[in-house]
Design a protein around this ligand. Structure first.
Ligand code: 26V
Length: 840
């Protein structure tokens, strides 16, 4: 066979064309003379897939040969975005692809647009996982991702009469050319059933989990090519399929329709991604999904481990590191124990040592309502053996704690079980207990975890001489997708001024740009780059919203999930204030005001009433402002529908400023803040999440900071509760306009809703009971207005703005996921790069 294959798929333009024609005819059954752009995209995708597959297989063979330690990233979400452009860039095929398709009369860009975004994630956490995969491959680290191949990803957001309407996202409808279905790689996953005492194959006493339902997890592989390396890693996503036995049983009972129904039920498991709701809800299907992908992944990685000749269990921590992305995969703690103890017959104590050496946990939020807790009753029905295991682990854990601290409140706080009307299992506690390292995602966030979210755990760590069990790993983003692919003009500038594209794998090289930050020639090119990006954005807005924008306007963007803590509402209130100021001015005065286009985009969880109201308000306010002849040219507000990765790639490069304005202490990190600054945008932000570290790196003058500090929040909130809460007169004027119905004309229902949003911020409920302005919008509003005024003043000086923009973008090395992932690999995983040589 080796001889038959002769050679690898070559990468010159002509071979690419041949391979394209072959796939059109033989894989897609089109003809060379009759195909659509969608066909062309899919055939081009298959051309790439061939090349990815070669690299993936050889990389795996190399990792096996070298017997390297592997890292496994367990995540319920991967917001991967479009594959094609990224794969072409990382495989270093940009030139030959361009030539090949140009000669065929096609523009690559047009092919890219045919791809639907795979949106198998909600927001920050899922996109971070996708950036991590890119960096793991680029750093030649032997690391894989594991997750779920949802049939329906994040819902599509349609805006009807200003309101969000959710539409299903059946992203695999036309098939995805980049994935490789692996019907040969399946694992059984049991749910429900019961635990029986019995004898194992060796005749020893044991506990057996029997009965219930068994579904098959089938692998779908998604190759992840690294940039400037021959390594291609794998993202293995599991799809739930019915077992053959299951069908046969039903069929032999002559019950055909039941058999089909059972099939459908099994497929439910990987059918749909759960949206982040207003508050976390313990839904049974969600727990089933979590266990499903965790069990399949752990079976798969343990199988890889025991394939090694003469394996010894004691070597497991030298060969395997697992990262749990939030608590979603935390059932892994119990499943790892079950597989080791029940299936592999490893003694309990040794199994526990192995588990706690291999597993690690990342916390991504301090919002108490987002922490996962599962009712014991539900989990006992679904995973009876796991609840036994967790019970046993907890018993030993509590006994140790009582011996150390005596019986006190710390015991209840550290227990995995939460007592109450409904007894619950706290997944955060289970994750920390079962992990070697626990990390936060930005410096401030990690401090909050230690002091507020899990203070008793931190105390325990310190008391047992392991204070560094909790570490910080500040997030990042991949410069390949977020600079090179999203902003080719900027990428070209960096490469030209620095003399090579090394900055793409070593962002510290960008520091070399700083000596040009006052160079008029660079300024001209830099402004041209922004212009190009704004032109593209203008085209996008025209197409999606039929909105015309002035390309000389300052572009102000806030794109992220809609949530009260992210304060899109405050941003909208500010736009109303700006509108009111403009209205008060004479035409001559107005001429002097900086033109602004404010864009807000993001999805609201379907059950999150207030978030959806905020979308409606933004749309209504936009309608009024944009159509007012006095202001329409000077101020625009638009809600960008269906915010997603591919929209971000158009929006981010075009921004002058972006809003990262969460109440201090609420946004764990934020990652779009990094993308904006890498693209030369400046931040209006609070001292929250990674903003703090970005400011440290780029300089205080590059950021427009406002609002209270994290340590002030509790005091301000307490005062607010007592009713000492003066409302700024400018904000009162904004409230008045909303109450007057200026933005709800002809819509009584909307009017009542808008008033309810405003009322919530005002303490009308009497002292002590009110928590309406939980995110301190009223407190932070005046300093937000000041920060915006500073933005306008600074922007007026074009040379100064340009200098700050260059300075900031060139100081972002810390926020490449290459830095983040190197730290995970060093500090948490102990995984080393294993670059595969070209010839094997
Ligand atoms: C948050 C909330 C807030 C309260 C209501 C329900 C709910 C449900 C889910 C979440 C988000 C949880 C995890 C998450 O996506 N965190 C994000 O992770 C990013 C990557 O670390 C980080 O940059 C964001 O700041 C963080 O919100």
């Amino acid at each position: 066979l080796w001889k038959l294959m002769e050679t690898y798929e070559p990468n010159d333009p002509e071979s690419i064309q041949k391979s394209f024609a072959r796939h059109l005819e033989y894989s897609l059954a089109c003809t060379r003379f009759n195909f659509t752009m969608q066909d062309a995209y899919r055939a081009a995708g298959l051309v790439l897939r061939d090349r990815l597959l070669e690299s993936l297989n050889d990389t795996n063979a190399y990792y096996r040969k070298m017997d390297v330690k592997r890292g496994y990233y367990l995540s319920a979400e991967y917001l991967i975005g479009r594959h094609m452009q990224n794969a072409i860039a990382n495989l270093d095929l940009e030139q030959p692809f361009k030539e090949a398709f140009h000669a065929l009369g096609m523009q690559l860009e047009d092919l890219f647009h045919e791809e639907v975004d795979p949106a198998l994630g909600n927001g920050g956490l899922g996109r971070l996982a996708a950036c991590f995969l890119d960096s793991m491959a680029t750093l030649s680290l032997p690391c894989w991702g594991y997750g779920i191949r949802y049939s329906y990803g994040m819902f599509k957001q349609d805006i009807q009469n200003g309101r969000q309407v959710e539409m299903p996202d059946f992203w695999i409808g036309d098939g995805c050319p980049f994935e490789i279905p692996r019907p040969d790689i399946t694992y059984p996953v049991r749910l429900y059933g019961e635990v029986q005492e019995g004898l194992n194959a060796q005749g020893e006493w044991c506990l057996n989990w029997v009965g219930g339902d068994i579904v098959q997890a089938m692998a779908y592989d998604n190759p992840i090519p690294g940039f400037d390396t021959y390594n291609t890693n794998n993202l293995r996503l599991w799809r739930a399929c019915p077992t053959k036995e299951f069908d046969l049983d039903q069929y032999s009972a002559a019950n055909f329709t039941d058999a089909v129904e059972a099939r459908r039920k099994a497929e439910d498991l990987s059918a749909v991604l759960y949206p982040n709701d207003a508050s976390y809800e313990g839904r049974e299907l969600r727990l089933r999904q979590q266990y499903f992908f965790v069990s399949a992944s752990l079976q798969d990685l343990l199988r890889e481990f025991i394939k090694r000749p003469n394996y010894k269990w004691s070597e497991l921590p030298e060969k395997v590191a697992v990262q749990m992305n939030d608590t979603h995969p935390t059932i892994a703690v119990a499943e790892f124990m079950r597989l080791l103890v029940d299936v592999m017959h490893v003694p309990w104590d040794e199994a526990w040592e192995l588990t706690t050496k291999c597993l690690n946990y990342t916390n991504h939020t301090v919002m108490p309502e987002a922490l996962e807790k599962w009712p014991v009753e539900m989990m006992t029905r679904m995973l009876p053996r796991h609840v036994q295991i967790i019970g046993e682990l907890n018993l030993r854990w509590i006994n140790g704690l009582v011996a150390k601290y005596g019986d006190g409140p710390i015991i209840a706080a550290l227990s995995i079980f939460e007592e109450g009307d409904v007894k619950k299992i706290r997944m955060g506690n289970l994750a920390i207990m079962g992990s070697n390292k626990v990390n936060g995602v930005a410096a401030l966030h990690t401090e909050i975890i230690k002091k507020e979210t899990f203070p008793d755990f931190y105390k325990y760590c310190c008391d047992t001489g392991a204070p560094d069990k909790i570490v910080n790993m500040t997030n990042g983003v991949t410069p390949r997708r977020w600079v090179h692919c999203a902003n080719p003009a900027l990428s070209a500038i960096f490469t030209k001024y620095l003399g090579s594209h090394e900055w793409l794998t070593d962002m510290t090289k960008l520091k070399g740009m700083l000596k040009f930050k006052e160079d008029p020639k660079l300024h001209a090119e830099w402004m041209e780059m922004k212009k190009t990006a704004k032109k593209k954005l203008a085209g996008f807005l025209k197409e999606t919203l039929d909105l015309e924008i002035d390309q000389d306007a300052l572009i102000d963007i806030q794109i992220k999930r809609i949530h009260e803590y992210k304060r899109q509402f405050m941003n909208c209130l500010y736009v109303i204030h700006r509108y009111q100021q403009l209205k008060k001015m004479s035409p001559a005065e107005r001429e002097k005001v900086q033109k602004r286009v404010v864009l807000i985009g993001g999805k609201a969880a379907s059950a999150y009433v207030n978030a959806k109201l905020i979308i409606k308000l933004i749309n209504n306010v936009g309608k009024v402002i944009n159509n007012d002849p006095d202001t329409g040219k000077l101020l625009k507000l638009a809600f960008v529908p269906n915010y997603r990765v591919s929209a971000a790639e158009v929006l981010i490069p075009a921004s002058d400023i972006s809003e990262h304005i969460s109440t201090a202490g609420t946004e764990a990190s934020g990652t779009s803040n990094m993308k904006f600054v890498m693209n030369g945008g400046l931040i209006v932000g609070t001292m929250d999440g990674a903003n703090i570290e970005i400011r440290e790196e780029c300089g205080e003058d590059t950021m427009f900071i406002f609002g209270c500090l994290e340590h002030e929040v509790a005091g301000i909130a307490a005062k607010a509760k007592e009713g000492h809460y003066p409302i700024d007169s400018r904000l009162q004027a904004v409230f008045q306009a909303i109450r007057n119905g200026e933005f709800s004309k002809g819509e009584p229902e909307a009017h009542a809703e808008f008033c309810s949003l405003v009322d919530k911020l005002c303490n009308t409920h009497g002292a002590g009971t009110w928590d309406g302005d939980r995110y301190l919008v009223v407190h932070d509003f005046p300093s937000f207005v000041d920060a915006q005024a500073k933005v306008d003043a600074t922007y007026a000086d074009k040379a100064k703005w340009c200098k700050l923009s260059i300075q900031a973008a060139s100081s972002m090395a810390k926020f490449s996921t290459d830095r983040t992932i190197s730290e995970y690999a060093d500090v948490i995983w102990g995984v080393k790069p294993a670059p595969r040589p070209m010839e094997m």
